[in-house]
Every structure is written in structure tokens, then in C-alpha cells.
Design a binder for this molecule. Structure first.
Ligand code: GLU
Length: 304
């Protein structure tokens, strides 16, 4: 027990050291993919009006969108603790949408919202829309609306580098597996792999700390998220096996504001056509080494 604790502490310390050495300012993971092209500058639509959307009117009056996001997911949604600035693929998606809806993306006010709190945040008007690895599914559609999808992820597993027993979800029997409360990966393990011991935290980064300190044996969530944690400490962590679900990422909007939802669908379609989507991907998630996929078809489902 003592040895494990000590080892854990040392691992955590080396994580910090490695992160500082390899990742530079802001702690973002190293680059493997295309050279970091400059982030696209999104042209703000002039004279754009969407008066039928209550959410849009509110944002227009205050002069900016308030967007929910993640702050601890490398390549996707990360907040620089020094500057308070958010960056990553989800953040770029949020920005291109804001520009298409006529509001300067530079003025967006980002708010970190954990997986379990997304629906409430949209329902009580705390945020106008949400962009943060948010899987579209029928249960959630009863509570919120979804623009998109704009990306297709899949559930995967992250383990310590020397782990040899866990190669896929079938190997999780009797193992301690960590995921975020309220997430689809958590729910899938609970339902399909009941012999695994599930541990839940608010965020995946806390799960990763627990993995590095030997408190859990695996972390499960979307491959796109796990790849970022593994890249931070490649000597300590690895993503194993194939992904075992489909997680289409959508932009969460208040349920019933279909005008806003359709405008977001149009915005995404236009940014996919004009190359901004790909530029944004290449400059963020593409740095993980995974080349830009074809974005999934937008699901413009009928008004509720
Ligand atoms: N995409 C999954 C979900 O929406 C996992 C990632 C997350 O928790 O944001 O639940």
C-alpha cells in the first residue's frame, strides 16, 4: 500500500515535470500532426438577424454569446490558467458559430460546465449554447436541442503504459474504471459491463490523476478526449483497443429554440463547405496526429 502511494506520488510529480517540459505554456500536449497552421479568422456575418430565437435576441442585446465548454480536455476545450483563455476544436466550433450568427467570436464569454450539468445549464439560461464533446442522443433530446453533429467520436479506454490485461471493454471485469458522472461512456459501462467497478468524478482529468496514482485501472470516455491525455504523458499512459461506440458531437441549445438550432446547422454546413471546419480541425484536434475525417452528416431533425 505504502509503495503504491509513494509510486503514485512520484508518478504525479513526474507528470507535472513532463507536462512542463514537453508542453510549454498552458500545458497543451505536444504536436504530432500537421504543423500548427494559424487558427482561422471567422468572418462575422453582417446584418444577420434571428429575431424568432429568444436565445439569439438575449445574446444580441448583451452583445455576446455565453457558451458552455470544457476546460480540461486537451485539443478540444482547454483553459489556460494564466490567461483564462479557452482553446481547442470545440472552442473553434463555438467561435465559427458565433461569427455566423452575427456576433464577434472574440467577445464570447466561455463558462466551464461539467458533463453532468449541461442540461440544467441550458434549461435555466445560464448559457446560450454548449460546445464540449456533447453526444447527441434521444434521452438528451428530451431535455435540450442539438445542432450538428460536427464530429464523430467513439468510446475508448486509457490505461497505464505497463498495463497488459486491459485491451478492450470485455477485460474490465473486476477492474476499477473511472468516467465522468452523467456521461454516455459511464452509462454504457454501467449497462453493458456490469462486472466492472465504476468510479465517477466530475471531470476526466480527475480520473486521469486517479489512474496515474493507481487508484483506478482504466479511464473511459471518447477516444478524442483520451488521445489528448495520453499525448501529455506518453511514457505513462496509452489508449488501447478499438473504440466501441459512436458519439456524435452536437451543439447543445435550449430545447424548443428550433430557430437557433437550424441556424446553427446552417452555420456548420457553410463552415464545412468553405474549409473553415477543416482549418479549425487541423489547427487543434489534428495536432494529435489523426488526419481530418469527413464531418458527419448534419441531422436537421424536425422541430419539437
Ligand atoms: N461524449 C460523451 C458525453 O457526452 C463523453 C464526453 C463528455 O462527458 O463530455 O457524455
Amino acid at each position: 500500500m505504502r509503495t503504491t502511494r509513494l509510486l503514485g506520488l512520484l508518478t504525479a510529480l513526474s507528470l507535472t515535470a513532463l507536462a512542463t517540459a514537453a508542453c510549454g505554456k498552458g500545458g497543451s500536449p505536444p504536436t504530432k500532426g500537421p504543423a500548427a497552421g494559424r487558427l482561422p479568422v471567422y468572418r462575422v456575418a453582417q446584418g444577420f438577424e434571428l429575431p424568432e430565437s429568444g436565445t439569439w435576441r438575449k445574446a444580441k442585446n448583451r452583445g455576446r454569446f455565453v457558451v458552455g465548454a470544457k476546460e480540461d480536455q486537451p485539443y478540444l476545450g482547454e483553459k489556460d490558467p494564466a490567461t483564462g483563455r479557452y482553446s481547442g476544436f470545440d472552442i473553434e466550433i463555438a467561435k465559427m458559430v458565433s461569427a455566423s450568427l452575427g456576433l464577434d467570436p472574440k467577445s464570447i464569454s466561455f463558462k466551464t460546465i461539467a458533463s453532468a450539468n449541461r442540461e440544467t445549464a441550458l434549461q435555466n439560461g445560464q448559457i446560450d449554447y454548449y460546445v464540449g464533446t456533447y453526444t447527441i442522443n434521444d434521452n438528451r433530446k428530451k431535455l435540450v436541442g442539438f445542432g450538428g453533429p460536427y464530429y464523430m467520436a467513439g468510446q475508448g479506454l486509457l490505461v497505464r503504459h505497463d498495463e497488459e490485461d486491459i485491451k478492450g471493454p470485455k477485460d474490465l471485469d473486476g477492474k476499477r474504471v473511472c468516467s465522468a458522472a452523467g456521461s454516455t461512456p459511464y452509462q454504457r459501462i454501467q449497462k453493458d459491463y456490469p462486472k466492472a467497478t465504476l468510479v465517477a468524478y466530475d471531470t476526466y482529468s480527475v480520473c486521469v490523476d486517479n489512474l496515474l496514482t493507481y487508484q483506478v485501472d482504466a479511464v473511459t470516455t471518447d477516444d478524442a478526449i483520451l488521445i489528448g491525455y495520453a499525448a501529455k504523458v506518453p511514457d505513462e499512459l496509452k489508449v488501447v483497443g478499438r473504440s466501441f461506440s459512436e458519439e456524435p458531437y452536437g451543439i447543445g441549445v435550449p430545447r424548443g429554440d428550433d430557430t437557433l438550432r437550424f441556424a446553427i446547422d446552417d452555420a456548420l454546413a457553410a463552415r464545412e463547405r468553405d474549409g473553415d471546419w477543416k482549418k479549425a480541425y487541423d489547427a487543434t484536434l489534428g495536432l494529435s496526429g489523426v488526419p481530418a475525417p469527413k464531418p458527419p452528416a448534419i441531422d436537421r431533425y424536425p422541430a419539437s
